[in-house]
Design a protein around this ligand. Structure first.
Ligand SMILES: N[C@@H](CCC(=O)N[C@@H](CS)C(=O)NCC(=O)O)C(=O)O
Length: 311
């Protein structure tokens, strides 16, 4: 198999979820640092528009969104499993709840004034303003949760996680599952990136022990790669053949159509390409880029909107 190339930056919680999964599975990977805010020309060269962090690249195949990236890593290295039986379905449901609900309230809570000051210690005011403006644009006008609501929601979610954990080593049993990785990353940001806000974690001491256990998986072994090298790597590779047989049509859009795929919230830049596969769980676009060559860009169905181009 070609190298696993993770496009990410150190402070991204969703990237931390994937780094830890790479550690859990004992994988070696290439680490490409990408900008935290737009412009991201090298990312866009790979995705055709989608700008969220992280991305997984394997040769000329680009995987967007950590729900899909986790599944791709599971397929590449099935053991230890992220979806152990018999909790496979429930682990996905808890993961989805954590990635959406806990992430939203935790980040609104973490990014109060004291948290922002800690994350951006020593940064020029223009840098902070550029970040705040970038994230506001990503929300497409939607308001961030107010601090008071975020605090109570996060407290309730921490209590819920703590109850779910009970006296077990991991949230759903003796072995970890995707639920643990999705629940961990927002708490990681609180504890490690905004420690000034981390008092909220003290009410659930069992979770602190679990967090230390999760951190122990580490990040696998990584070596740095430049984004230029990653683009070269895509250009020299041929994308994997896709499964055209399993065409799951819920939109009345034929394979071969020019389409856009856009996140349903947060980061609304569409990726444009030719729809070459649409299974029950994934959409795949083919696109040709002057710098990346011919690439296949894969998205999970969940959380993304498929439309005919110019519709
Ligand atoms: N559902 C997405 C969420 C990814 C996400 O929101 N990532 C944040 C960073 S943790 C992001 O993209 N921030 C803006 C950016 O990096 O440009 C996933 O699972 O990958």
């Amino acid at each position: 198999m070609s190298d696993l190339i993770l496009h990410h930056y150190p402070t991204s919680p969703f990237a931390e979820k994937v780094r830890l999964i790479l550690g859990f599975k004992g994988l070696a990977w290439k680490s490409v640092f990408i900008p935290m805010i737009m412009p991201k020309p090298d990312v866009i060269a790979l995705t055709g528009g989608h700008r969220r962090t992280p991305l997984l690249q394997i040769g000329a195949d680009i995987y967007c969104d950590t729900a899909l990236i986790a599944q791709v890593l599971e397929d590449a290295a099935p053991l230890p499993s992220l979806y152990p039986k018999p909790i496979s379905a429930v682990s996905r449901v808890v993961a989805q709840w954590a990635d959406s609900q806990i992430f939203a309230s935790a980040m609104a809570y973490n990014f109060q004034a004291a948290g922002v000051a800690q994350v951006f210690a020593g940064a020029a005011p223009e840098v902070i303003k550029a970040f705040v403006d970038d994230r506001a644009a990503m929300r497409g006008g939607a308001k961030r949760m107010a601090v008071a609501e975020a605090t109570s929601a996060y407290q309730n979610q921490l209590q819920c996680l703590s109850e779910m954990l009970g006296t077990k080593p991991f949230l759903l049993g003796d072995a970890p599952s995707i639920a643990d990785f999705s629940a961990y990353h927002p708490l990681w940001f609180t504890a490690e990136r905004t420690p000034v806000m981390a008092g909220i974690l003290q009410a659930t001491p069992g979770l602190l022990v679990w967090m230390a256990r999760m951190k122990g998986f580490g990040h696998g072994s990584s070596t740095r790669m430049s984004s230029e090298e990653a683009l070269q790597c895509a250009k020299q590779a041929t994308p994997l053949a896709v499964d055209e047989e399993e065409f799951h049509d819920t939109h009345g859009i034929a394979l071969g159509s020019e389409v856009t795929v856009t996140a349903d919230h947060f980061g609304l830049e569409p990726s444009l390409g030719i729809l070459i596969a649409a299974t029950a769980t994934r959409l795949t676009l083919k696109r040709v880029d002057p710098r990346a060559g011919t690439v296949h860009v894969h998205f999970p169905r969940n959380g993304f909107i498929l439309k005919k181009a110019n519709a």
